[in-house]
Design a protein around this ligand. Structure first.
Ligand code: MG
Length: 268
């Protein structure tokens, strides 16, 4: 065997053992599994900051009187997590901020405003806020929440600490039109292929785990185009291992502790 061949084989072996790129962990609706925390609460953001996670995700909606609140919606309290409870539920976008304040979150906090969330965000320079702008009733309302959010983030000097995600293409377009250049924007709905997303002028995809499982090629196709790949919401160990092996850029999870542990173990 020539020396050249030996070197080539050695290089190939090294390449195959090359470390898997380390994905960034984003706590889905904040780190809510901790005692005293709950989804989309200030405490959930605080706990994500305490863990020094890359990001903490939150959902925002605009109330009937134009206040931007952090809540998944469209009902408060969220139907999914407080099933079977005989409690009044308010439609967030059709209620006033004052009305929403009458029903506390599961951890006793009152529904936070985006303004309050940004005040908490400032307390650490490690953890970014991944803001999901929810669909609203009309494109005009969606433009309004996009404009107000971008203005508020800029006013707080947090342009570099915020990234955006949305299901609605219109919201993505409005974000792209109005954010400072270079601000990450990812599309959530899972139905557009990498070429279409590239054409949208945004920076990446943030697709449901099952979508990427069916179309794993989209991961590398996006990355070749310079688009980032985020995946939601990955909580089971086997699923986390799979997305880490696929080399996604971000993982959005309800279990940031397990995700962080597996990344440490697998991406040496
Ligand atoms: Mg969300």
């Amino acid at each position: 065997m020539t020396m050249k061949k030996v070197l080539l084989i050695a290089a190939a072996a090294m390449f195959s053992l090359a470390a898997i790129a380390q994905p960034k962990v984003i706590a889905h609706r904040g780190f809510h599994a901790k005692k005293g925390s709950c989804r989309n609460s200030i405490e959930a953001l605080k706990q994500a900051q305490k863990m020094k996670l890359y990001g903490s995700e939150c959902d925002i909606n605009m109330t009937a009187d134009g206040v931007i609140v952090v809540a998944h919606g469209y009902l408060h309290p969220d139907k999914i997590y407080r099933k079977g409870e005989d409690i009044p539920r308010l439609n967030i976008q059709k209620s006033t901020y004052a009305e929403l304040q009458t029903i506390p979150l599961e951890n006793g906090e009152l529904m936070p405003t985006l303004e309050q969330y940004l005040e908490q965000l400032k307390k650490s320079n490690k953890t970014k806020l991944i803001i999901e702008i929810k669909n609203h009733a009309t494109p005009a309302k969606e433009t309004e929440i996009v404009q107000k959010t971008i203005e508020m983030v800029a006013k707080h000097g947090l342009n570099d600490m915020v990234e955006y995600i949305a299901f609605r293409p219109w919201i993505c377009f409005e974000l792209e039109r109005l954010v400072p250049k270079g601000t990450p924007i990812s599309y959530l709905n899972g139905d557009y292929d990498p070429t279409y997303v590239e054409g949208m002028g945004i920076t990446g995809i943030d697709y449901k785990f099952t979508v990427l499982q069916k179309k794993p090629k989209w991961i590398k196709q996006c990355q070749k185009k310079g688009l980032t790949v985020n995946v939601w919401t990955v909580d089971k160990e086997e699923d986390l291992r799979w997305v880490i092996e696929q080399g996604v850029d971000y993982i959005t999870t309800d279990d940031p502790v397990l995700a962080t542990k597996l990344i440490k173990e697998m991406c040496k």
